[in-house]
Design a binder for this molecule. Structure first.
Ligand code: G3P
Length: 217
């Protein structure tokens, strides 16, 4: 499973990239707002740190304007994936931009039928939003599972990018189902290393080590 960082926080991305944990990055207008940075500048900086796909989202609503924005964003660096919303206009833009050779991440996907359309329009990635479905008492993981089955049934190459990941359980479940990629905030990725039995075991080992009176160095 590939790990993308869902953030426009350059320092946090750099820390995870140094650990080899970053296969790509996803941003959106809310994350750009949170960063307080100019979209072009911060996206370029992220592309300098990360070799894998870096998603940058358009904000236009009509296909022609989305395509123009997408081309501008794609010009930032060769590893940009243009992020387009899953609307009819977004699908039109997806068809054109992917035909031009740009990577496209179709976002705000909440149904298997939407994911089917994105694959047919040539999307590189489809981003089903798990947490936001859970928020309204629907099952985000069921959606990942349905898309996996449909894409496998017909051999679609579009990668399933599990998004709106809020917890370590979301990561585990998405990995078990076979999502190709997950994107999560840096704090969720850090939490994947944590386990209370690891902490308790380490504590016991260190107390016993102290009793030996020995030193390694
Ligand atoms: O990848 C999409 C993500 O940024 C949305 O997450 O937590 O705002 O639903 P969230």
């Amino acid at each position: 499973m590939k790990f993308f960082v869902d953030s426009a926080d350059v320092a946090a991305i750099r820390e995870l990239a140094d650990l080899g944990m970053v296969d790509g990055v996803t941003t959106n207008p809310s994350l750009i707002l949170k960063s307080g940075r100019d979209i072009i500048e911060v996206t370029r900086e992220i592309c300098d740190i990360v070799d894998g796909p870096v998603s940058a989202e358009v904000v236009a609503l009509e296909a022609e304007a989305m395509i123009a924005e997408g081309r501008r964003l794609a010009g930032i660096a060769p590893n940009i994936a243009v992020k387009l919303p899953l609307t009819w206009q977004g699908l039109k833009a997806c068809r054109v931009l992917s035909g031009e050779g740009s990577m496209v991440n179709v976002t705000l996907c909440f149904s298997a039928n939407q994911a089917l359309l994105a694959a047919k329009a040539g999307a590189t990635f489809i981003s089903p939003f798990i947490g936001r479905l859970d928020d309204i008492h629907l099952d985000g993981m069921e959606l990942i599972s349905e898309i996996r089955t449909i894409y496998d049934n017909y051999g679609f190459g579009t990668e399933i990018l599990a998004a709106s990941i809020r917890s370590v359980n979301h990561v585990r479940q998405a990995a078990l189902i076979g999502a190709d990629v997950m994107t999560a905030p840096p704090e969720v990725i850090r939490k994947l290393a944590a386990h209370p039995l690891t902490d308790a075991g380490l504590d016991t080992f260190l107390r016993d080590w102290e009793k030996t009176g020995q030193k390694i160095l």
